[in-house]
Design a protein around this ligand. Structure first.
Ligand code: G3I
Length: 435
């Protein structure tokens, strides 16, 4: 498959057409939105909404996937191991109702699939792929080559010394051949290399154990091995922060070099771990344009919008902040529930993000949320452990938040637009923002 020959159908695998129900749903959602004032006032403590039960059950929220443009993928990350707690069945119901793509949050990482050399564990990942297929959703593979969540044995030689190039390369190729081969024809898209770009000024590639053992061509080798194992799979270079100018320059340099070498790379994944004030969406749009101009599909692979303060802006899981004792409550301001004004600002941020995605829908292959509901988000423990964040569309009870309705609104085609579309999203019906 060539870079300029990626068909929408190949991206999706399973197509879910928009249904006539969408029109009615639009009216319901817009009606809900119109019932409010929607000012974006600064949050006051008295605005805190207690964790009240909403009359709406998750199953009653209109399915997001039915509001999508034809062929567009909207996904969520989910772990679904055999020992999946029965209490989490609501997560599965939410994912299968609203999304038409599913990424395993952890279940296909090298640590999960090959913890010991030569011993592959596919049962949990198989279960997730089956779940996706049973619901007409596209299973996404995440991730084949990463410096994190990868057992140390990959990089160790028999004598306890660092593995040399040939050994590390053989292991990289074997892991990819076995894993991609196992899911051939079923997992339609793979994050082949994850987080390869360096955050350090003046340094192109992260000095990961893969780079140290193999050299710069580990990326090209990984993509070639994946293509060989499944020539129809969409192969993605995935990273955080590449929508920002300083990292965009580097990833463009890398992508141009891979394309020039005729490496089978089809897409670039912007993780999109965003915050209320960061990044500037004009920067993101510029990145989408520049990546698409290379003939690549752009994927938004790990979207969330955290509301908590932080001094760190990337998504390097190795980073941690340890606030001083007196600072803990400042850094965790909403342990009991999200103030309504903040929930509205969060919804507006999501509305703007999805308005941007819809403007560029011909360049985008997929938008995936990193998690199902706020209670399951990695951001509750990053970069500070034990906080209460609210980054997703569903709250801890699985109820749709104002952000859900804002996204639903932004997904509507212009024909369905009303004057409301030019206003910030307002209070949706009794949407709870509690923990
Ligand atoms: O599997 C163990 C389990 O046996 C143990 O009981 C439990 C106790 O804490 O830990 C479990 O491992 C955790 C794993 O998630 C599975 O839940 C790890 O401690 C924890 O560090 C790991 O975090 C994941 C992180 O990647 C590191 O792999 C997050 O859930 C996951 O959301 C996050 O996802 C990454 C993407 O893959 C790449 N981009 C950034 C994104 C956010 O960091």
């Amino acid at each position: 498959m060539t870079n300029d020959n990626i068909h929408r159908q190949a991206l999706t695998g399973a197509r879910l057409p928009a249904t006539p129900a969408v029109a009615g749903m639009v009216m319901i959602v817009l009606g809900m939105l119109s019932s409010s004032g929607g000012s974006l006032a600064v949050a006051q403590p008295q605005d805190r909404v207690p964790p009240a039960a909403s009359p709406a059950k998750p199953a009653e929220a209109p399915p997001l996937k039915e509001a999508l443009p034809d062929g567009f993928l909207l996904g969520a990350a989910l772990d679904y191991p055999r020992r999946f707690p029965a209490s989490a069945s609501r997560d599965v119901a939410l994912v299968t109702r609203h999304f038409n793509a599913i990424t395993p949050e952890n279940g296909m990482k090298p640590m999960a699939l090959q913890p010991v050399e030569g011993r592959f564990h596919f049962a949990d990942a198989d279960r997730l792929v089956e779940l996706a297929e049973n619901h007409g959703a596209t299973p996404i593979g995440h991730c084949l080559v990463w410096h994190s969540q990868t057992p140390r044995w990959f990089f160790e030689g028999p004598d306890g010394q660092p593995a040399g190039r040939e050994l590390a390369l053989a292991r990289l190729r074997k892991h990819i051949a076995v894993v991609v081969g196992h899911f051939k024809g079923r997992v339609k898209q793979w994050d082949v290399v994850n987080e390869a770009i360096s955050d350090a000024p003046g340094q192109l590639l992260r000095p990961s154990p893969w780079l140290q053992a193999i050299g710069e061509d580990y990326l090209a080798e990984a993509f070639r091995a994946a293509h060989e194992a499944d020539p129809d799979a969409i192969l993605i270079l995935n990273d955080y922060g590449i929508e920002l100018r300083h990292k965009r320059r580097k990833v463009l340099e890398l992508l141009r070099s891979l394309i020039e070498q005729k490496v089978p790379i089809h897409a670039v994944g912007i993780q999109a771990h965003w915050r209320m004030d960061h990044p500037d969406f004009a920067e993101v749009e510029e990145s989408i344009r520049q990546f698409a101009a290379l003939g690549l599909t752009v994927m938004i692979t790990e979207l969330d919008i955290g509301v908590l303060p932080t001094n760190y802006r990337g998504a390097d899981i190795a980073k941690a902040e340890n606030p001083k004792t007196g600072q803990r409550s400042v850094m965790n301001p909403y342990p009991e529930g999200l103030p309504d004004a903040v929930a509205q600002q969060h919804a507006e941020r999501y509305r703007q993000a999805f308005a941007m995605f819809m403007r560029h829908k011909d360049s985008l292959g997929r938008v995936t949320f990193w998690g199902v509901h706020d209670g399951r988000s990695w951001l509750n423990n990053f970069p500070i452990r034990g906080r209460t964040d609210y980054p997703l569309l569903f709250d801890r009870q699985g109820q749709p938040k104002p952000a859900f309705f804002a996204v639903m609104q932004a997904l509507q085609p212009p024909a369905a637009a009303t004057p409301l579309d030019s206003q910030p999203p307002s209070d949706p019906p009794t949407a709870p923002h509690g923990r």
